[in-house]
Design a protein around this ligand. Structure first.
Ligand SMILES: [Zn+2]
Length: 236
């Protein structure tokens, strides 16, 4: 008895299909008209988003030249995890006010009251790039890049950008311009306290806009093929 033909059908038709050991005459034959359903949970039935493991059904048939039951049919499953988690990110923790304002004492020798005299080197520091974990050859790469780029653009200063009104030098300066200290170090301590309070307040606003930010980013990336992974799916 020898193997004369073989056939395996699977719902998976991606190049990432792992090698499956079959008799030498058997070949993997993906179902052509079945759309790829990466990490979609239950293929062909229902889309479940953000499931780490996607389970695909594999049906194999191997035919032998003799015997009472010359064709062997087997069904098994293949579990694939194609998720990068996270697929990419924009590090919002770098957002801050950098630099120091100019300060001066009322007395030239520094013994007088210390005041803030100007904006000095105060600058708005926000994310300007994204980290992409998905490899460039992945089918999910462009989708991820476009999503994260939307988050980067949200940080651009000014109207029309979700976070463009945060970490603004003028806003922080208005909060410190009237601070005074009995010495430069006393004033610096007060500036440090004010900076912490300001940055915390801005961070809380960033957090409060998280869902809106994701909603915007998924609106950009969701239409980009392939579907069924990294989709909003009503989350935001
Ligand atoms: Zn996002």
């Amino acid at each position: 008895m020898r193997c004369t033909s073989g056939r395996a059908e699977t719902f998976l038709r991606d190049a990432a299909l792992p090698r499956i050991l079959l008799p030498r005459c058997a070949r993997i034959k993906p179902l052509r008209d079945t759309p790829a359903r990466w990490n979609s949970g239950t293929p062909a039935l229902k889309i479940i988003c953000f499931q780490d493991d996607a389970i695909y059904t594999i049906k194999a048939a191997v035919t032998f030249s003799g015997g009472t039951n010359p064709t062997l049919n087997k069904t098994t499953s293949l579990t694939v995890n194609s998720l990068w988690n996270p697929d990419g990110f924009v590090d919002r923790t770098i957002a801050r006010i950098g630099g120091v304002p100019t300060m001066a004492s009322d007395e030239p020798n520094g013994t007088g009251t210390w005041r803030v005299t100007g904006k000095g080197t105060l600058t708005r520091v926000v994310p300007t790039s994204a980290t992409i974990n998905v490899i460039p050859t992945s089918q999910f790469y462009n989708k991820t890049v476009q999503h994260e780029q939307t988050h980067v653009q949200q940080w651009i200063a000014g109207a029309g950008h979700l976070l463009g009104d945060l970490y603004v030098v003028n806003d922080f300066y208005n909060q410190i311009v009237n601070l005074t200290g009995t010495s430069q170090s006393d004033l610096l301590n007060k500036l440090g306290t004010a900076l912490t309070a300001y940055v915390n307040s801005q961070g809380a606003i960033v957090q409060s806009r998280h869902n809106q930010g994701e909603h915007e980013a998924y609106a950009v990336s969701d239409p980009i093929a392939p579907q069924y992974v990294y989709q909003n799916c009503g989350q935001f």
